[in-house]
Ligand binder design. Structure first.
Ligand SMILES: Cc1cc2nc3c(=O)[nH]c(=O)nc-3n(C[C@H](O)[C@H](O)[C@H](O)COP(=O)(O)OP(=O)(O)OC[C@H]3O[C@@H](n4cnc5c(N)ncnc54)[C@H](O)[C@@H]3O)c2cc1C
Length: 311
């Protein structure tokens, strides 16, 4: 694809939202170009270890199982994303249409762009976190708990994911400390109650803010501010689950967003920039799930088809 080609539609992302957009554009005979930073299908689903019991056609054993079914469907249609990481979109008036720029400097100009780039786990942003990621800093108990069986670990966060991670780790015989900034936990009451009554899970009485992480021989040392009282906790690993942030490519400052940075769209996925659509978890939506992501992709594909005169 050369820089000078004007694409009818560019779809960015191959999670359930991007997959559905691609299938529906294909159905409507709208030519499109499809990219994903990983070059693989499934997005967040590829990292899910829980059963997916709420996607039609299921239940699926885990996210990979649902991905396999998506890949099979796409293969039958000869559809697959190209591996390209889009680092920015140029939306300036100097260009007739949005221009996507990838990390190799390649440019893709399209009449319509569908952003399906999802979310990323939020990080603490403290010294030592990035350096320890994948070693003694993790964001997935389901994936990493077996590495720490029987050892002391900490979980940072107060929502569903943090409490679920703590319970998974306790099931692996870990001694778990939950460090939450706010003791009005956002997690569902059943998770909080299970954690509070679990003999291997400890929730310090004071709110706790991790300010630094240092490697040790056996794991890491956490520097914790507990309402002005400084303490140090030594653990084999720290699991950080403090929510998600939208993955909006650079250059999209002018798109309307909600207070948390999620892209605001109309009922068909159109953003405040009429040539840009956003679908799935990236958007300001009351439910982030595979099926709502897929549904939003179908609406955006239809709107693109209408815009471009395919109806
Ligand atoms: C622990 C957990 C459990 C869950 N359980 C369920 C469940 O049981 N049922 C359910 O329905 N949902 C569940 N979900 C939610 C579900 O995974 C998401 O709602 C869904 O994956 C969102 O789809 P998406 O396509 O919007 O984004 P994603 O799946 O996040 O896909 C985004 C894609 O965009 C690509 N991308 C990002 N940035 C760029 C870029 N700059 N350039 C190119 N490509 C890019 C990524 O590589 C990725 O492939 C769960 C989520 C989590 C975290």
């Amino acid at each position: 694809m050369s820089a000078s080609d004007l694409l009818p539609v560019l779809v960015i992302g191959a999670g359930p939202a991007g997959v559905s957009t691609a299938i529906w554009l294909h159905n409507f005979d709208v030519p499109f170009y499809w990219v994903d930073a990983d070059g693989e299908v499934g997005g967040t689903l590829r990292r899910l270890h829980n059963e997916i019991s709420n996607f039609p056609g299921g239940p699926f054993e885990d996210g990979q199982d649902l991905c396999a079914s998506l890949v099979e469907h796409l293969s039958a249609l000869s559809l697959a994303p190209k591996r390209r990481n889009i680092i920015s979109l140029r939306l300036s008036d100097h260009f007739d249409h949005p221009v996507a720029v990838d990390d190799q400097g390649g440019e893709l100009e399209a009449r319509r762009v569908v952003l399906a780039t999802g979310t990323a786990y939020r990080r603490l942003g403290v010294p030592g976190e990035a350096e320890g990621m994948g070693d003694f800093v993790s964001q997935s108990a389901a994936g990493d708990a077996p590495r720490f069986t029987g050892r002391s670990v900490a979980v940072v966060g107060g929502g569903d994911a943090a409490f679920e991670n703590a319970l998974i780790l306790a099931d692996h015989d870990c001694q778990v400390t939950i460090l939450a900034r706010n003791h009005n936990f956002r997690a569902r009451p059943s998770f909080v109650e299970a954690a509070q009554h679990h003999r291997s899970i400890h929730i310090p009485p004071r709110s706790s803010v991790v300010t630094r992480i240092e490697p040790t021989q056996g794991g890491c040392r956490l520097f914790v501010d507990q309402q002005g009282h400084q303490s140090i906790i030594e653990v084999a690993a720290v699991f950080i689950r403090i929510g998600v942030d939208p993955r909006v490519p650079g250059g999209c400052q002018s798109l309307r967003k909600d207070e948390r940075g999620f892209v605001v769209v109309d009922g068909r996925g159109r953003t405040s920039h009429s040539e840009i659509f956003a679908v799935g978890d990236l958007t300001s939506t009351p439910l982030r799930s595979a099926i709502t992501a897929a549904g939003s992709g179908a609406h955006a594909a239809k709107a693109c088809a209408e815009d471009l005169g395919f109806f």
